[in-house]
Design a protein. Structure first.
Length: 295
């Protein structure tokens, strides 16, 4: 390995270690838990699922952050161009207005994470909060005619938001805080009918865990009909077989996501992706399942 490649490798490794470090900072648990409790107790009603992105099918926060970031990046570029002061000021203000909903959606998602991801998310939020404060100072300086100070504060805010964005990407993709955890189920589900056992082995209304090949599933018997879903919750892989059946839905024991038994659709967040459902039939008193549409 040549010298330049070695330096690049070392720099990359140090950067990855720096991004992974916050997940191990247990001291962050002290402020994180009260904050999480506060956001979970907000009386948001149906707007909570809307902020999670249930209606969208994936988390809403990453989409909302594009607005303030786009405004502030454009403002930073216009600050370098002559005669664009007014446009830059308007974009800084617009970014601050758009940051509120984006932050609220992020905090609502963050409050439902486990401890290591919550720590990384808290540092991500602190970096972005610093960016918002710097942009607020930038706007005030601009309004008072201190153009140079306003531009410097804006570029400093852009740097803080960039750090927050890198941490957010690490949280979303490396720590998998937002992806559908059940996305691999169609590749693991049996394409042909496979037996799970006699129907009488499944108590009515009680989730029961079974395995079919490499896939863990949960069986819920409803009278003569049996519903079979992927056993690991699409949100953060909670064990649905340890959950409860409520009003035709299966509720995750970890974070309270609810999935309709008949089709796996999300009836309540924080999960945003539907839970995969397998096709079922009863043959000679035995429950059989397969990948939907495999016939």
């Amino acid at each position: 390995m040549d010298t330049s490649a070695l330096h690049t490798h070392r720099w990359s490794r140090r950067l990855r270690r720096a991004l992974e470090a916050p997940a191990h900072w247990e001291v962050l648990d002290t402020p994180a838990q009260p904050l999480a409790d506060a956001f979970q107790s907000l009386p948001l009603g149906p707007y909570r699922d809307a902020l999670h992105g249930v209606w969208l099918g994936h988390p809403l926060h990453p989409a909302l952050v594009q607005l303030p970031i786009g405004c502030w990046t454009s403002a930073g570029l216009l600050d370098l161009a002559p005669g664009r002061r007014r446009s830059a000021d308007v974009l800084v203000a617009a970014g601050l207005l758009a940051a509120g909903p984006a932050a609220l959606a992020g905090w609502v998602d963050w409050s439902r994470l486990d401890a290591p991801r919550r720590r990384t998310g808290l540092v991500h939020a602190l970096a972005n909060t610093g960016g918002v404060l710097l942009y607020t100072g930038s706007l005030l300086a601009r309004c008072r005619g201190h153009r140079g100070r306003g531009r410097l504060l804006g570029w400093a805010g852009m740097t803080a938001v960039a750090v927050g964005g890198v941490l957010g990407g690490h949280l979303a993709y490396r720590q998998a805080a937002g992806p559908d955890r059940a996305a691999a189920v169609p590749r693991l589900a049996p394409p042909d009918w496979a037996t799970l056992g006699p129907v009488e082995d499944f108590p009515v209304g009680q989730p029961v865990r079974r395995r079919v090949g490499e896939l863990a599933v949960v069986v819920v018997r409803d009278g003569e009909r049996c519903h079979v879903l992927a056993e690991r919750c699409a949100h953060l892989s909670g064990p649905l077989s340890e959950g409860s059946v409520v009003d035709g839905c299966l509720r995750c024991p970890w974070h309270g996501s609810k999935f309709r038994l008949r089709d796996g659709e999300v009836a309540g967040g924080p999960a945003t992706a539907p839970q995969p459902v397998l096709e079922t039939r009863v043959l000679s008193g035995h429950l059989e399942v397969r990948l939907p549409g495999a016939g």
